[in-house]
Design a protein. Structure first.
Length: 445
C-alpha cells in the first residue's frame, strides 16, 4: 500500500499565513509547509477532499484521474470542499467514483453530484468494499451539532496491508477502541492538532493514545505511527520531530510517500523507541515532566521512586502527589533504593527519579557524609554496570548541582563531587543524554 500524503496540516495550515508566532516562524524558516490533511492511497482511493488536496495531487504528479473512491471523515471545510465536486463535473472522461461519508458530507455535496458518483453513508461499525479496499468505519471523537458525527477509516488493501486513518479525533471512545483492538495495523495516522481542544489530540493525549493502542494490539512493534493534522500549537518542527522520535513515531511532511508495510528510510521515518536516556536538569527545570513525556507512549511503565519516605513532611507529600497525578493510570510505582537490581531484572520500561536522591540514600546508609566512603564506591560501580546492562527502555533523571556556588559544608561538597563523577560515568554509557533548561530539552548526545 502506497500512501501519498497530499497534506499533513490543520485547516489553517502550518505555518498559518497570518501568524508570526515562534512555531510558524520556525516552520517557515525550515521550509516545512503543511496544508490540510489528505492522502491518496495507491492512486485509487482519496482520503479527504479539502481545499488543498486537488492542487497537491497535481503538484505531486499524480492528479486525481485514477481515483475510484473518495472517503471523507466529516464535513468540516478542511476535509470537504464541496465546490471541488462541481469542478470535477467540468472534467472530461471522469470515471465513476464512490463517495463515502457521514450524512452531513453527502448532504453538502448533493447539489454538485452527477450520475458518475455513487454515494455511500459511513456508519460506524460498518464494513464496506470500495475500490479494492476492505474499509471499516470507526466513530471519531470529533465535531459537534453543526456537522454531525465524524468517522475514522480502517483500510486493508488486497495485499493485506492495513492503515488506520484517525483524523480528526480527540481521545478515542470505547466503541472506536473496540473496533481497533487486535488489528496490528501496518500504519496509523493520528491527529495531533495540539490546540488543547477535546475533539483533537495534543502532546499530552497523543502519546497516551498510542500507549492505549499498543495495549490493545492495534499498534504493534512493526506499526509505523505518524502524526498528522499538525498545526502551529505544536512546538517548532525540529522539536516536534525529536519528541515523536522518542515515542517511536514521526511527523511526515506534505508530499511524502509512505510505503505501508515496508520499512522506510526517509529522514522522518519513525525511529527506535528509547534506549538508555539520561535526563539532566536543575531544580524546577522541567526535567521530571520531560522524562515522563519521553515514556508516555509506552503501554506500561514502572516509575521507580528513589526518595526515602519522609514521615510527617506535608510539603513533600504534596509534591509526590502532584507527580503521581500527572502520570498515566497504567503506570505502576515502585519505591526502592535498589535501583541496580531493578535495572537488571525489569521487563517493562522504567523511569527512575532520581539519581540525586538515590545517592543520598547510599551515602546515608554507608554513614559516609564525612570520613571514608565505605560502600559508596561499590554501590556506584554496581549502578553503572546495571545501567550498561539494562535491556528495557529506561529514563533516568539526574539533578545538576555543580553549576551553582560551592557548597558551604564538607558533606555538600562531597555530594556534589560524587554526583558529578557518577553522572559522567552514566552519561558515557547512555544512548541519549538530554539536558532540560527552562522546560526545553537540549540533546547532548
Ligand atoms: Zn502561528
Ligand atoms: Zn474537523
Ligand atoms: Zn480538520
Amino acid at each position: 500500500m502506497r500512501v501519498r500524503l497530499l497534506g499533513t496540516g490543520t485547516a489553517d495550515g502550518w505555518p498559518n499565513p497570518w501568524c508570526s508566532c515562534a512555531s510558524c516562524r520556525a516552520a517557515a524558516a525550515a521550509g516545512v509547509v503543511r496544508t490540510s490533511t489528505s492522502a491518496l492511497v495507491d492512486d485509487r482511493l482519496l482520503l479527504e477532499l479539502g481545499p488543498d488536496a486537488p492542487r497537491a495531487a497535481v503538484r505531486a504528479g499524480a492528479g486525481l484521474t485514477g481515483v475510484e473512491a473518495v472517503l471523507v471523515t466529516h464535513a468540516h471545510p478542511d476535509h470537504l470542499h464541496a465546490p471541488a465536486w462541481m469542478w470535477r463535473g467540468w472534467a472530461s472522461g471522469a470515471r465513476p467514483v464512490t463517495l463515502v461519508g457521514p450524512p452531513a458530507v453527502l448532504a453538502a455535496v448533493a447539489p454538485h453530484l452527477d450520475d458518475t458518483v455513487t454515494t455511500v453513508e459511513a456508519v460506524p461499525g460498518a464494513r464496506l468494499a470500495v475500490a479494492g479496499f476492505d474499509v471499516r468505519v470507526l466513530p471519531a471523537s470529533h465535531a459537534g451539532a453543526e456537522v454531525g458525527p465524524a468517522v475514522l477509516y480502517d483500510l486493508t488493501c488486497a495485499q493485506g496491508r492495513s492503515l488506520l486513518w484517525a483524523t480528526d479525533t480527540g481521545v478515542l471512545s470505547h466503541a472506536a477502541l473496540a473496533l481497533a483492538s487486535g488489528r496490528a495495523y501496518d500504519a496509523v495516522l493520528l491527529d495531533l492538532t495540539s490546540a488543547h481542544l477535546p475533539d483533537h489530540h495534543d502532546l499530552r493525549t497523543w502519546p497516551e493514545q498510542v500507549a492505549e493502542l499498543r495495549r490493545r494490539g492495534a499498534v504493534v512493534d512493526t506499526t509505523a505511527v505518524h502524526a498528522v493534522h499538525l498545526g502551529h500549537d505544536n512546538p517548532p518542527p525540529a522539536e516536534l520531530d525529536a519528541l515523536l522520535r522518542g515515542w517511536g513515531a514521526s511527523a511526515p511532511r506534505d508530499g511524502e510517500v509512505l510505503e505501508v508495510g515496508r520499512p522506510s528510510a526517509t529522514a522522518t521515518a519513525p525511529g527506535p523507541r528509547a534506549g538508555r536516556v539520561l535526563v539532566l536538569g536543575g531544580a524546577r527545570s522541567g526535567k521530571s515532566a520531560y522524562a515522563e513525556q519521553r515514556l508516555a507512549a509506552e503501554p506500561a511503565v514502572t516509575y521507580v521512586a528513589t526518595a526515602p519516605a519522609r514521615q510527617g513532611d506535608a510539603e513533600w507529600a504534596q509534591r509526590v502527589q502532584a507527580h503521581v497525578s500527572r502520570r498515566p493510570r497504567a503506570w505502576s510505582t515502585l519505591e526502592t533504593g535498589d535501583v541496580a537490581q531493578v535495572l537488571r531484572t525489569a521487563a517493562t520500561p522504567l523511569l527512575v527519579d532520581d539519581l540525586g536522591l538515590w545517592l543520598v540514600r547510599v551515602v546515608d546508609a554507608a554513614g559516609a557524609w564525612e570520613g571514608p566512603l565505605g560502600d559508596v564506591e561499590a554501590a556506584c560501580d554496581e549502578l553503572v554496570a546495571a545501567w550498561q546492562a539494562c535491556r528495557v527502555p529506561v529514563v533516568l533523571v539526574a539533578p545538576e548541582v555543580g553549576s551553582g556556588v560551592v557548597p558551604g559544608t564538607a558533606s555538600g561538597r562531597r555530594f556534589r563531587d560524587l554526583l558529578g563523577a557518577l553522572t559522567a560515568r552514566l552519561a558515557a554509557a547512555s544512548d541519549e543524554v538530554v539536558q532540560v533548561v527552562a522546560g526545553l530539552p537540549r540533546p547532548l548526545r
